[in-house]
Write a protein that binds this ligand. Structure first.
Ligand SMILES: Cc1cc2nc3c(=O)[nH]c(=O)nc-3n(C[C@H](O)[C@H](O)[C@H](O)COP(=O)(O)OP(=O)(O)OC[C@H]3O[C@@H](n4cnc5c(N)ncnc54)[C@H](O)[C@@H]3O)c2cc1C
Ligand code: FES
Length: 505
């Protein structure tokens, strides 16, 4: 693999060092156990603590090192082109509920950072979804009208500070951008103490349902509580078919220094390219995002290269300082799933499927989950209901996605690379006596072999050349080259294989 520009690390994680929280070392009992310390889990845990409940926040890795630590960190109710679709699929009330929930999520982030005095670079900004195509102008104008009718601070404009011509744009006023890791680490510190606790390095591997659901962790500990909230991005427990109702998409971000003016709003094009500025010592870093694809379905190096080309064509690039990527889950009808883990599951709740717009949506989910646990009704809960089947218009995308997973499940079993064909830094799926092995050759030429069967539901993993990981094309699990879990829904590592089993050819 030729080298890519920029440091391969998240700017957010690298610039927000925090004290680690302890591993859970003994069985404990709380009022609520929240699993996963991203925007959804941390916010939910804090709101519940403020309700007077004792909360355990349990994180497999580190606070905010999941998707929430690898985004472009716009906090907005504007989710590209959304409100026209919502009005036709969920009706006027559904679109208004989605908009109100997201505006409340945005307001919550602003309020908590002010109340707690968190230094997280929060700046109020307008957000724009723009098109460069005159043919799309009417669609964009209609989106502005539908968003306004849904109660959002929306207008149509052709006046943007981008250095290229724009045919039309939707503008939302008073949105925000921030440093998500600084924000979430400060919130987690607020959760810890007074009978509540945060645990890192503690992966949940099971939850037993009941009046007092019991969480089991990888290191064999148990936590009992009246309620469990599964906020692990993709729920590792799937008792309501979430994996059939959403799919994982990966996208890329470059942190770029440019010569000349840095655009000051937050932008996304209808083609999916995203821009925002971030203050850094001596100026502004421009975050350029995009090049989405279904996880495990593309050449990741090519995607980074395409994003670099886009940045260089559009700006006078002085340097590319950072690059990072993550994925999010796209619900088939466009609205996240928030509520019960399954129709029969009274005390286990879930929030997932944020469609790459998780800060306002995840904070809104925290408000909804808190209301549910506190026994209050919530005006947006039915629109986000996690057990819904979705509007009939979304059925075709549901069928297409599931056919695609079925095809990958069957066809990837025919994958046949050779060990000798693996270049240093590369990887391939190799057939052997035990089935298929995922084999990586490191820069020194050493081979590392693990089972190619994803421990979630058995799909065959795919080599990610840009990040040197094994990514599952079915539901978004990612594994390191030694087989350990990088992201769920899988909770168990890929089994180690000996290089001989993997069949040196
Ligand atoms: C490239 C890109 C850019 C984006 N930019 C934006 C943006 O500008 N604005 C926006 O609103 N959204 C954006 N998003 C989406 C946003 O990042 C996500 O929707 C959001 O971070 C999801 O938050 P979460 O809390 O659900 O998940 P996460 O942040 O992933 O948190 C889940 C946590 O659960 C932990 N976990 C997993 N399994 C277990 C287990 N078994 N036990 C214990 N812990 C576990 C994980 O380690 C993780 O820390 C972007 C997404 C992408 C792909
Ligand atoms: S993530 Fe579901 S099978 Fe791999």
């Amino acid at each position: 693999m030729q080298s890519l520009p920029g440091r391969p690390a998240s700017f957010w994680i690298d610039t927000a060092p925090g004290e680690p929280f302890p591993v859970l070392e003994r069985g404990r009992s709380f009022d609520v156990t929240v699993l996963g310390a991203g925007i959804t889990g941390v916010t939910t845990a804090l709101l519940l603590k403020r309700e007077g409940l004792k909360v355990a926040l349990i994180e497999a890795g580190h606070v905010a090192h999941g998707a929430s630590g690898y985004s472009t960190a716009k906090v907005t109710s504007q989710h590209s082109l959304t409100y026209s679709n919502l009005r036709s699929h969920f009706g006027d009330d559904g679109a208004a509920a989605y908009g109100a929930a997201n505006q409340a999520g945005l307001a919550l982030i602003v309020r908590l950072s002010e109340e707690l005095g968190i230094d997280c670079d929060l700046r109020r900004k307008p957000a724009f979804t723009y098109t460069e195509s005159v043919e799309e102008r009417d669609t964009v104008r209609r989106e502005a009208e539908d968003a306004l009718a849904s109660g959002l601070p929306a207008s149509y404009t052709e006046d943007l500070d981008l250095p290229w011509p724009v045919a039309g744009a939707v503008r939302f006023d008073d949105q925000a951008e921030f440093h998500p890791v600084k924000y979430l680490v400060a919130l987690a510190q607020e959760v810890d103490g007074d009978g509540s606790a945060v645990f890192e390095g503690t992966r949940a591997v099971g939850v037993k349902d009941g009046e007092w659901p019991r969480v089991t962790t990888e290191n064999g500990r148990t936590v009992t509580a009246r309620h469990v909230v599964v906020a692990t991005h993709a729920p590792f427990l799937d008792r309501a078919g979430f994996f059939a109702r959403m799919h994982p998409e990966r996208s890329y971000v470059l942190g770029v220094k440019v010569r000349g003016a840095v655009p000051q709003g937050m932008y996304i094009s209808t083609q999916g390219h995203s821009l925002r500025a971030q203050p850094v010592a001596g100026g502004e870093l421009l975050l350029v995002g995009g090049e989405s694809h279904k996880l495990g379905h593309s050449d990741e190096v090519e995607r980074y290269r395409a994003l670099e080309t886009y940045a260089r064509e559009r700006f006078d690039v002085a340097s590319i300082d950072w690059r990072w990527a993550t994925h999010d889950h796209i619900p088939h009808d466009g609205v996240p799933y928030v509520g019960r883990l399954a129709p029969f599951s009274k005390n286990i709740l879930v929030a997932t499927g944020f469609r790459k717009w998780g800060y306002a949506n995840g904070s809104a989910a925290a408000l909804m989950l808190t209301d549910r646990i506190a026994g209050r009704s919530n005006p947006w809960a039915s629109t986000f209901d996690s057990t819904r089947l979705g509007p009939p218009q979304a059925a075709s995308s549901f069928v297409k996605e599931n056919a695609n997973v079925g095809r990958r499940f069957a066809m990837d079993r025919l994958k046949r690379g050779t060990v000798s064909g693996i270049a240093p830094g590369g990887g391939a799926i190799v057939r052997d006596g035990l089935g298929q092995s995922a084999v990586h050759r490191d820069d020194e030429g050493r081979l590392h072999a693990v089972s190619a069967r994803c421990t979630h539901l058995g799909c065959i993993v795919d080599w990610n050349d840009a990040e040197r990981s094994w990514d599952c094309p079915c539901h978004g699990s990612r594994f390191d080259t030694d087989g350990s879990v990088l992201s769920g829904p899988a909770v168990a590592p890929l089994a180690r294989r000996s290089v001989e089993d993997a069949g040196a050819d």
